[in-house]
Design a protein around this ligand. Structure first.
Ligand code: PLP
Length: 409
């Protein structure tokens, strides 16, 4: 008998951000009039770069005129934007074909939808901790089995632990897997994989006929130019890797919505022939997606121009300035911190071996500052919190002052 997709029942209860909202609301209800400062969510706060705004306004003007109005565009995205993205990769020495690019409404939906390309019996590996959509989309896709509450893990998933001992860098699986999700610079730890780290994964994937889904949403935050911005900087990665990226954190497009996915012609999984994954993703997008907003795409194109890129880098540097303040401020309070130099996130070890949620509650109750409990990203995130640099500078300074006042007493 038919019915609901019961895999939804397997999703671990209490998704992280609703639980943070619930606790914050409960605290405010017994402390009316108090103001909480959030360094918890990875949501941008600063105004859009001017040349991107102009490009979107100009596009809107064209749409306001019958002579220049356009409706649906290509499902894969505007050719001009795909070509501009292809050009963007050449600065990293990466050569791709514009038909390997698929423009979307953001990396989160692509990260979730990509699992549709793989058979239900694929073995999936994720970093632990990890951005939750990689796990949850595979739960819904039926590849995970039950959630084991005592260890905080799904039965059939392979967890690649990223701990202080590994510098928060994953090690290649010790068993066969078919699909591997990697995120670098990493959300939540802020760790960035080096070329040799990535090469080990590329070698593994080619050996095991696995596919890597590489999420590079924060690559523009990399300051250390020896670190790779794209997995395709590694030779042979186009035979085994799909890359995701987004304008959200590089251009302030969290609300505007625009991202892209690269599915190289040569990429394969198992015994699939080269070209099949690219063809399938094209088919999937043409069938289930009507293309990204034409206004957003005009803004995205402007972000890739020299002027737009410079303005976007100013925006990124603003958040990186916040990240430095946060890391320095927390370190002054005696916390051990990681990340924040090539990423917008600081991964702070909870003092006194507090659990992530206990430390969250202390920061909420004693400092009125919201952070994100690390355990919400996976069991290896226990005893850490993620502190986000997305916020107005004055709020970051005020939050740090509150934390210092309490912890430096
Ligand atoms: N990938 C990672 C690692 C993220 O942290 C985020 C957003 O926080 C996304 C993807 C989502 O990007 P988008 O806004 O393009 O959907």
């Amino acid at each position: 008998m038919g019915g609901i997709n019961t895999n939804f029942n397997l999703l671990a209860a209490g998704y992280l951000f609703p639980e943070i909202a619930r606790r914050s609301k409960a605290w405010l209800s017994i402390h009316p009039g108090q103001k909480l400062i959030s360094l918890g969510i990875g949501n941008t706060t600063e105004a859009l770069p001017p040349s991107l705004v102009k490009a979107m306004k100009d596009k809107l003007d064209l749409l306001s005129n019958r002579e220049t109005y356009t409706g649906y565009g290509d499902e894969q995205g505007d050719t001009t934007l795909r070509v501009a993205l292809k050009e963007y990769y050449t600065k990293y020495g990466v050569t791709l074909d514009d038909k390997e690019f698929f423009i979307s409404d953001g990396a989160k939906s692509d990260a979730a939808n990509l699992q549709e390309l793989f058979s239900p019996d694929c073995i999936v590996a994720v970093q632990d901790p990890a951005y939750p959509v990689y796990v949850d989309s595979n739960v819904v896709g039926g590849r995970t089995g039950e959630f084991n509450l005592s260890v905080g893990r799904y039965e059939k998933l392979v967890y690649l632990e990223c701990t202080k001992e590994t510098n928060f860098i994953p090690k290649v699986p010790t068993q066969h897997v078919d699909v591997i999700y990697l995120c670098s610079p990493n959300n939540p730890t802020g760790a960035v994989m080096s070329k040799s780290d990535l090469k080990e994964f590329v070698d593994y994937a080619k050996r095991e006929k696995a596919v890597i889904i590489f999420d590079a949403a924060y690559c523009e935050y990399i300051s250390d130019e020896t670190l790779p911005h794209s997995i395709y900087e590694i030779e042979g990665a186009n035979e085994c890797a799909i890359e995701l990226n987004s304008f959200s954190k590089s251009s302030g497009f969290t609300g505007v919505r625009l991202g892209w996915t690269i599915v190289p012609f040569k990429a394969v999984i198992g015994d699939s022939n080269p070209g099949v994954l690219n063809h399938m993703w094209n088919r999937r997008q043409c069938t289930f997606f009507n293309g990204a907003s034409n206004i957003s795409q005009a803004g995205g194109l402007a972000a890739l121009s020299d002027e737009g890129h410079k303005e976007c880098m100013d925006l990124i540097n603003y958040y990186k300035g916040n990240a430095k303040l946060i890391r320095d401020g927390l370190t002054e309070c005696g916390f051990t911190c990681f990340g924040g130099d090539n990423s917008p996130y600081i991964w702070a070890e909870c003092p006194n071996s507090y659990s992530s949620w206990d430390f969250f509650d202390i920061l909420l109750d004693k400092c009125q500052v919201i952070v994100t409990p690390g355990v919400g990203f996976g069991p290896a995130g226990e005893c850490y919190v993620r502190v986000s640099s997305y916020g107005h500078r004055e709020n970051v300074i005020a939050a740090l002052a509150r934390i210092k006042e309490y912890f430096k007493k």
